[in-house]
Design a protein around this ligand. Structure first.
Ligand SMILES: [Zn+2]
Length: 180
């Protein structure tokens, strides 16, 4: 099974349309709330990014975010957990840790493959949501391509989306605007 890129794009597109979001930055916490998901912040050890606790009966959930992390990273975590909420049937409690890859190695291969796929999909969803392709296209036509190769130009664009320059660089490369 591969990451369902087309399907995820559709889900994000619909979300942006339904919520009448027209420009970056995407306010992920407000978006989560509109979907019945409450966001809570708490400092935690560096390896914990966040978690998702679902209430299947009432179709709502709570996302926990590590408030010790950089604001941009917290936004990515919220978007990632929202991805699990919208894309995956999943378990009642889902925890995302950096040392996760180590944990999945302990499971049998088939189930770890499934888990890795869900993580990839949640990351893909987060990138799509925080940096929608259509928004980037619009912003980039107003921007000289030379600026994109300039670190300051890249940082400015990343700031307007409230994402890290690294996340933006990967996204631009994925969309074919730059080569890594
Ligand atoms: Zn995850």
């Amino acid at each position: 099974m591969a990451v369902r890129r087309k399907y995820i794009c559709k889900v994000v597109e619909r979300l942006i349309k339904d919520q009448c979001i027209q420009a970056a930055p995407i306010f992920v916490e407000e978006l989560a709330r509109a979907l019945g998901v409450e966001v809570q912040y708490q400092p935690a050890d560096d390896k914990l990014s966040g978690f998702l606790i679902r209430d299947f009966k009432n179709h709502c959930a709570v996302i926990g975010v590590n408030s010790s992390h950089h604001k941009n990273r917290q936004r990515f975590t919220i978007a990632h957990e929202l991805g699990h909420f919208l894309l995956h049937e999943g378990e009642k409690v889902h925890v995302d840790r950096i040392d996760y890859s180590f944990q999945v190695k302990l499971r049998n291969e088939d189930s770890s493959k499934g888990i890795n796929l869900e993580e990839k999909e949640a990351n893909y969803f987060a990138a799509e949501l925080l940096m929608p392709a259509s928004f980037l296209k619009k912003d980039l036509t107003n921007m000289e391509m030379l600026d994109l190769l300039d670190e300051e130009g890249l940082k400015k664009l990343a700031d307007s989306y409230r994402v890290s320059t690294q996340a933006l660089t990967f996204r631009l490369a994925y969309l074919g605007y730059i080569q890594l």
